[in-house]
Design a protein around this ligand. Structure first.
Ligand SMILES: Nc1nc2c(ncn2[C@@H]2O[C@H](COP(=O)(O)OP(=O)(O)OP(=O)(O)O)[C@@H](O)[C@H]2O)c(=O)[nH]1
Length: 674
């Protein structure tokens, strides 16, 4: 808590949630003005005696949150809300927060737990967020630790990470759309972890909602009985109290022991300028207090606990965290790599059994990320390190490119993940980047003793087309496949089958989940789905089909390197690895797309695609000289200079490839098929 001199400005906590400011004439009106609102994080302008205001604030905070160790384990419930994209997870989280009094109904914000700018702009959750609520049922206070998770498949890592701190989940299903692909994936994720599943149908207020039919779907697919299903409207708040009661009644308290030595699972972290790495802990045994010396099982390093707190959903400091609780801790972890997701934290000199580390998701797509200006290399390195701390699914290694300089090859769970990451780099760290064409990781078996020695193994992996091994030294190439699940109304079956066949898919199964809806499984090459499969699927099914996928292993494939040449010079940054049957089609598409994307320049540009020295496609971009001052007849010289300056600024946004200026976003845009 910070108290500044007159006029008094009190910020109980610096991360603002309800950012309305208000002022009062005297401090005596403070309690009444604040009654019933969540003001713990609100900056308050007051005139009065600081000491009195401090007392009022403390009293109010302690009203809501008794010292955390006073809450018995049997009154704690840890749960996540899981669902398909847009089925209403964040809206339900808002209602739960409101009903528990953690946020004010009139604070003027929705989806309160979607804190990132990118989440608010895109209207999707990309980062799981926790909140601890105190909720009273029949005269007993319960501490509910809720985690709102993302719905998109590219962020499934966030869901599985969150579930490791929970004993139950709310499986939310849109009563209009019904069971979708991520509903199935999320259900099985919770089911295999043996968590209690509370099925909840949302959006029953919608005119087209059909709760009875969707209840049947839940029964057919998951064997969920009708009497287990709750029906709510998260938007209007209808039935949400029954959800809170079900959480208390159906989900068991965490299986923890407060008498054992301290042991906690580090399951999320973020970077703070002043405090370094902040870790989110699920305390499994014992308790941790301010000033304790703790150790990390993975690094063996020692730290002194400098701060502890719970998220309410604002950061609320506490003196200690006890077994069963979810809370944050900072302890002078200066380097981002020190806060390792899945690590076990314990008291110094008191080793404990290491908690099972959860299986990290493997990155599916890789792309080169380079600073727009090489002089910003160090700043970008720091930004990437800090962002990776908050997004543990991203992997990174250093790489360089003749055209783009020094950069990193980053691994992502999908294209949306890549786009969100680069958007966060810009918004949260002011780091503008060039992202190269995304690619998946291929494998090859190398032959010849000399070559095996050179590569140090007979099997090599590569994700960058520039590392494509010479076909003469390779006996087989392998590419990764996924098992895709598609759920759609049956009237779109034809176009969906056609799309999957076009993408080299093999049908594995088909099941009716009700009279109008089918669930299909296809084995698909990952490189055929990473870029635009989801968008195309949506467009062929008028938006009704949903898609989810999981790894299915590597299979032999006839791969070739499709080299793109600009005026005869090969450009690795634009080249791609493709199946031989698709080389010509993809080559024509890339050349046509490049013709569209590269601005006409003063020289003629030949755009060619080649496989093994044979040209498979060609486009020609005619020369053009743009005299921006041509329209000026006489007039002031400053106008002429202004136009030339604008033209020079435009050129700065271009990258030089094979002596040709190209827009910096060309690498991703060229792969988008539409
Ligand atoms: N009519 C109606 N609309 C709802 C209800 N619940 C949520 N919505 C709307 O559904 C849309 C998606 O809601 P969100 O809460 O963002 O969904 P989400 O599941 O958190 O979305 P992701 O995190 O992106 O997966 C928003 O426009 C909400 O206003 C409801 O009960 N009734």
């Amino acid at each position: 808590m910070r108290v500044c001199p007159s006029p008094l400005r009190i910020i109980v906590n610096s991360s603002l949630n309800c950012s309305k400011e208000f002022s009062t004439k005297t401090c005596h009106s403070f309690p009444s003005r604040c009654e019933g609102r969540n003001w713990a994080n609100t900056p308050v302008l007051l005139r009065g005696r600081p000491s009195l205001i401090k007392i009022l604030i403390k009293r109010r905070l302690s009203d809501k949150f008794p010292p955390t160790f006073e809450i018995p384990v049997e009154n704690i419930r840890n749960f996540s809300i899981i669902a398909h994209v847009d089925h209403g997870k964040s809206t339900l989280a808002d209602r739960l927060l409101e009903m528990a009094g953690a946020i004010d109904k009139n604070c003027g914000r929705s989806q309160v737990l979607d804190k990132l700018q990118v989440e608010r702009e895109r209207g999707i959750t990309v980062k799981a967020q926790s909140a601890s609520l105190i909720y009273n049922v029949d005269g007993t206070d319960y501490m509910l630790n809720l985690i709102d998770t993302p719905g998109h498949v590219d962020f499934s890592n966030e869901v599985s990470r969150s579930l490791s701190a929970c004993q139950g989940v709310i499986l939310l299903v849109d009563a209009n759309q019904g069971v979708q692909a991520q509903t199935v994936a999320n259900f099985y994720m919770a089911f295999t972890k043996e968590l209690v599943i509370i099925p909840v149908l949302n959006k029953i207020d919608l005119k087209n909602a059909n709760p009875e039919a969707i209840t049947d779907q839940l029964k057919n697919i998951f064997g969920i009985e009708e009497n287990e299903v709750l029906k709510i409207s998260a938007k209007l708040g209808t039935g949400v109290d029954a959800v809170l009661r079900a959480i208390v009644e159906r989900i068991p308290p965490p299986p923890v022991n407060r008498d054992k030595p301290f042991r906690a699972l580090l399951f999320d972290s973020w970077y703070d300028r002043y405090r370094g790495a902040v870790s989110l802990l699920y305390v499994v045994d014992g308790k941790v207090q301010m000033g304790d010396m703790i150790s990390s099982a993975l690094s063996g390093k020692l730290y002194e606990v400098k701060g502890l707190g719970i998220l309410t959903p604002q950061e609320t400091p506490v003196e200690c965290l006890v077994a069963g609780q979810v809370g944050f801790m900072f302890c002078n972890m200066r380097s981002s790599q020190e806060a390792h997701i899945g690590d076990t934290i314990f008291h110094e000199g008191n080793p404990v059994a290491i908690l099972p580390e959860f299986k990290a998701s493997q990155p599916m797509v890789f792309a080169g990320v380079y600073p727009v200006d090489q002089s910003h290399h160090v700043e970008l390195r720091n930004a990437i390190e800090r962002l990776v701390l908050n997004d543990s699914a991203v992997t990174s290694s250093v790489e360089s490119s003749p055209a783009l300089g020094l950069g990193w090859r980053l691994g992502f769970l999908g294209i949306l993940h890549l786009e969100v990451f680069s958007q966060r780099l810009l918004q949260e760290f002011n780091a503008e980047v060039v992202v190269t064409a995304p690619s998946v990781t291929y494998k090859a078996t190398v032959i010849g003793e000399k070559n095996i020695k050179k590569y140090r193994s007979s099997e090599i992996s590569f994700s960058n087309p520039s590392q494509f091994p010479d076909p003469q030294i390779v006996s087989e190439y392998f590419e990764p496949f996924v098992l895709g699940t598609i759920i759609s109304p049956d009237k779109y079956l034809g176009p969906i089958m056609q799309l999957c066949m076009d993408r080299r898919g093999i049908q594995k199964s088909m099941q009716n989940i009700d009279n109008h809806t089918v669930m299909m499984q296809f084995i698909l090459p990952l490189n055929e789905i990473v870029i635009d499969f989801h968008d195309t699927l949506k467009s062929v099914s008028s938006g009704y089909a949903s898609f989810d996928y999981e790894e299915y292993g590597y299979f032999e494939s006839k791969l070739v390197k499709l080299v793109i040449l600009l005026n005869g010079i090969p450009v690795d940054e634009l080249s791609a690895v493709v199946h031989s049957s698709k080389a010509s089609i993809v080559g024509h598409k890339i050349c046509a797309k490049l013709k569209e994307l590269i601005p006409r320049q003063m020289v003629l540009i030949a755009i060619q695609a080649a496989v093994g020295g044979k040209i498979v496609a060609r486009e020609t971009l005619k020369p053009y000289r743009k005299d921006v001052t041509a329209k000026l007849y006489g007039g002031d010289v400053t106008r002429r200079k202004k136009l030339l300056k604008q033209q020079a600024e435009g050129k700065k946004k271009m990258r030089m490839l094979a002596n040709i200026n190209v827009p910096k976003d060309i690498f991703i845009d060229v792969l988008k098929r539409n």
